[in-house]
Design a protein around this ligand. Structure first.
Ligand code: 173
Length: 318
């Protein structure tokens, strides 16, 4: 009997799937290392590297010093990197609808329950060859910051730095839109190449823009969308245990949005202390601005992509 048992044990070992080796993913961020819109992704990497020991590891190549922000989408799609922290506005060359993420202010918990995440993920699968692992900062709005005082909500004669996030609303209000990466904003302001810029309520201190900013236009509008994208071939090659590490860390990362309410309050106070003055034209004008911003953005998405745009608008409910 004894040799038979030995044999059975041997066969069992031979046919059991080999335990997966630890896989290493290459990561980049479209935002500068250590700054507002990279910070939480960097915490996510630490968590994956701790929780995923022996299964999965992320090797962080870095931010725009490693790769220009507008090239990050292509790097994910073509598998130059495995995972990226990037906003939809930076990948519209490959996926014009990606910028519509700014029009979704629902929490990710809701988006994962009501089919929104699923639809947006499928679009990323098809158009960017990417898995839409997580979305951050749904509760952080944008502002237009100005160095010239205006006396009504009209940008005629103003040059304003944009990305696809702000381009349509800036033009709808008569301004001239100048597209730059975040890394060029300081110099553009310092040299007076632009009279203002679009940016979220958070992050202007990271690159020293407070020194070259006078006014923050009210009201806040849209919602920041910074996604964590995984190359789809990479995603498909992972086993269940490896995906679980990423998924658990993704939900944790989305949960960090709860911190933003307090961070926004502190940052607005810091802007006040830095001498940045709010320009507020009251509720009626603010409402008009929000309507113009919302309509201009949806019309641009729908024009570029009629069917998908209409479906996205229905999911966003605005
Ligand atoms: O560069 C930008 O102004 C931009 O589009 C953006 C998007 C999300 C977060 C921060 C900046």
């Amino acid at each position: 009997m004894k040799p038979l048992i030995h044999c059975a044990v041997l066969v069992a070992f031979a046919t059991a799937p080999a335990a997966a080796e630890e896989v290493t993913l290459r990561a980049v961020s479209a935002f500068a290392e250590g700054t507002q819109f990279s910070k939480n992704f960097e915490r996510f990497i630490e968590k994956v590297n701790t929780d995923g020991k022996g299964l999965i590891k992320i090797n962080y190549i870095g931010g725009p010093r490693a790769m220009p922000p507008f090239e990050v989408g292509n790097a994910v799609r073509s598998h130059v990197v495995d995972i990226a922290n990037v906003t939809g506005a930076f990948v519209t060359n490959l996926m014009p609808e990606a910028d519509a993420g700014k029009l979704f202010s629902k929490s990710m918990q809701v988006q994962r329950q009501d089919g929104t995440w699923d639809y947006i993920n499928q679009l990323h699968n098809r158009k960017l060859n990417a898995w839409y692992l997580a979305r951050q900062f749904h509760n952080v709005p944008f502002h237009i910051y100005l160095n010239k005082k205006i006396d009504k909500l009209d940008f005629t004669g103003l040059k304003i730095r944009v990305t696809p996030v702000y381009k349509d609303v800036v033009e709808a209000l008569g301004g001239t839109a100048v597209t730059t990466a975040p890394g060029e904003v300081y110099t553009a302001l310092e040299r007076g190449v632009v009279d203002g810029y679009g940016w979220p309520v958070l992050g202007i201190f990271d690159l020293g823009w407070d020194k070259v900013t006078k006014y923050r236009l009210e009201p806040p509008f849209y919602s920041v969308e910074v996604g964590v994208l995984v190359n789809l071939d990479t995603w498909n090659s992972l086993d269940d245990a490896q995906r679980k590490v990423l998924n658990d860390a993704a939900l944790w990362l989305e949960g960090l949005d709860d911190e933003n309410v307090a961070i926004i309050k502190a940052e607005m106070e810091r802007q006040t202390r830095a001498g940045i003055q709010p320009l507020d034209f009251g509720p009626a004008e603010s409402n008009r601005f929000l309507n113009v911003a919302n309509e201009a953005a949806w019309q641009a998405v729908i024009k570029r992509s009629p069917e998908i745009g209409a479906k996205l608008r229905q999911l966003a409910g605005n």
